[in-house]
Write a new protein. Sequence first.
Length: 514
Amino acid sequence: MISLSSLPRICVPLGVADVSQLERLAVAACDDGENFLELRLDLLDNPESGVRVFRRIARRYPDVVLLATCRRISNGGAFRGSVEREIEILEDAVRAGAGIVDIEIETAEQAPSLLKGFDGRARLLISYHNFERTPALAHVIRRLQKTPADLYKFAVLARKPTDALRTLKLPAGHLDCRIVALAMGEVGVATRILGPSHGSAFVFGSYSPRPRSRGEMLAAEPTAPGQISADSLRNLYMAHRRNPATRVFGVVADPVGHSMSPVLHNRAFRARRINAVYLPFLVKPNQFSDFRKVVEGLPIEGLSVTIPHKQRVMRYLAWVDPLARRIGAVNTVFRKKKKLCGTNTDALGVVTPLEKKMRLTKASALIVGNGGAARGAIFALRDKGVRVTLTGRNPSRVRRLARDCGVESIDRKRLQDQYFDILIQSTPLGMFPDINGCFFEDRIPADLVFDMVYNPLETRLLKMARGAGKATISGLEMFLEQAAAQFELWTGETAPRGPMRNSVLERLAQPHAA
């Protein structure tokens, strides 16, 4: 039987309806270097037909660990047969080369005598799934351990951040057995990345087929909610190399799936050889106090904070720097003497790219927008001696923000008679996928145009400005500078701006970058 101590840390689940497609995916995954596969027999149109895939893969790739699953509908799978038939199919899979079988606790409780057929032939994994919530963990573990097994799997739906934290901590509290613990859903993503470093025997990562030389298109969908790719686990988060000494950072937002920050900061940690990982934390507006327990429970050393939490986070911090207080928003959380502190590096993100282009003192700037980004830019520029004027699509909100910040405002209809040294576009206009949006139809009333949008790199506004012979600054520059300031605050090391820039450019170049 396979050795549990040498079990790979990342298992790739494959689940499709067509058996030929399953075999093609399994072969492709093995050729791409995956060494631990779960084949979901229950998802096949004919589950029995999948046994031949085990036989062929086991012969062709003898070092690959194969996990057989035939989950019934009542337990969240697709198999419609009886308990007895489920066990028979899994026994056939073992004879064909499966080294581990996954059997639901409900099946094990209904037919405990049937499990004896796996003794000495395959590793037995008894699993518990809850697709609705995260129940009391101790009760579930006691229930699982009543059935002797080599491994126990605990997969639940995380509805709030502490659900994920409780799940992540489960293996460390039960060292008498090997546990695979994961929280499903986007709220539980951290458990999939940090699982190995917190005692989970392994984690699941979906397969992302590489382009095949013969042009064959392969597709493999995640088999559970919140499942991220094995490629991301291995190459972005390096989940298989994490350990208890790994420092944890992240971005807290809602939504968070679109964020480029994990790509950028994990590349930076890797470039500086720092044992740290940067995670995406989905936190709903009414769950921030719950997330605060996760911050201390992991613990988290630093956070990037974005919509909708930049104001809310301030009430949980021991100290906030004066500029962030004036702006009324924090985008960076760090620890000082173990206490949580806040600052706003967006200001540096605005000022630093501009100072590379011109002298700011006594310059004039027009800012388009009336939200938090505009507010941050106002204070950042005023501190540098810039005369700021505000405009936007909502005149009443523009006037209110201008009044609050002590700057002038102007109606967009009057801009034809005005001209400025700097134009800063701080709204989402022109952002992917609505790339044709633009505040200006023709004349741009400034010499230098700075668009905070960075996807696409060159917005419609920047194209117009470049065509008119004006200097331009992409939102990528702001994104990089604010992130570099965060990195240096967290680590005390110089930010590797080159690798950070390249990581974002590579992601933006991907077909579905958003």
